[in-house]
Design a protein around this ligand. Structure first.
Ligand SMILES: *Cc1c(COP(=O)(O)O)cnc(C)c1O
Length: 226
């Protein structure tokens, strides 16, 4: 097993290679290191190697880790299922929430962010895989959610998030990611500031880069299997 520093370096250089190959700018692609289930010491190691963005999928685990690691420039990303009644626990710490797909979640984030005098950046999760258990709204529901968030002062919707089906069929993965990219493209007409496309994990991030990802959520390739 290579060190975290080496795994990070390998991931970054493969992201760079893919970006070049597909004519994208590496500076437009943010690597979110998914540290779920991994101990704080491993996050520290990644931070010391220069990594700043970390993703967690459980709300209390994010709260616990953010409390333990108080680097001023660390950025916490919530990428897993949101329980509305627990948003208050992450509101003081979280910078990005990728998994929002209901108006009442937006309302609660707005309320808790305001209480903490913070702005929280949000991505709307879209179901691009036809698998119910992955959550997310339909592409056709995005405009209503954007309109709902528009007047909010402590929530800024920055883009969309999606997960492809877990499959070896590359064409199917391309199709899913293209659907997310097209959904962003159509909504940009009315909301030109939307830009983030959070898509791509350890097994499919190269395809995601080809389809225009700006945020990659990579866990096992950096921290090892879970
Ligand atoms: C766990 C997880 C990832 C990272 O998965 P890896 O296969 O370990 O890279 C990305 N996105 C979400 C939503 C996850 O839950």
């Amino acid at each position: 097993m290579p060190s975290i520093k080496d795994s990070l370096k390998n991931s970054l250089s493969s992201i760079d290679d893919a970006a070049r190959l597909f004519g994208k700018n590496t500076d437009d692609i943010c690597l979110v290191a998914v540290s779920k289930t991994k101990p704080v010491d491993m996050i520290k190691e990644a931070y010391e190697a220069g990594q700043r963005h970390f993703g967690e999928n459980r709300m209390l685990e994010l709260q616990e880790k953010a409390t333990a690691l108080t680097y001023p420039d660390i950025q916490w990303h919530m990428i897993g299922t949101l329980q509305t009644n627990k948003i208050k626990y992450i509101a003081p710490y979280v910078h990005w929430i990728h998994s929002v797909y209901k108006a009442k979640q937006l309302d609660e984030i707005e309320k808790r962010a305001a209480q903490n005098n913070r702005i929280i950046q949000v991505l709307l999760q879209v179901n691009i895989s036809d698998e119910d258990q992955k959550g997310g709204c339909l592409p056709t529901q995005v405009p209503d959610l954007l309109a709902h968030a528009e007047p909010m002062e402590h929530v800024v919707v920055r883009g969309l998030m999606g997960m492809a089906k877990f499959t070896d069929n590359k064409e199917e993965i391309h199709t899913s990611f293209r659907l997310l990219a097209n959904t962003l493209f159509h909504n940009k007409v009315q909301y030109p500031k939307l830009r983030e496309l959070s898509m791509g994990m350890s097994n499919d991030y190269i395809i995601a880069i080809e389809e225009g990802a700006t945020m990659l959520r990579i866990g096992s390739a950096i921290f090892g299997g879970r």
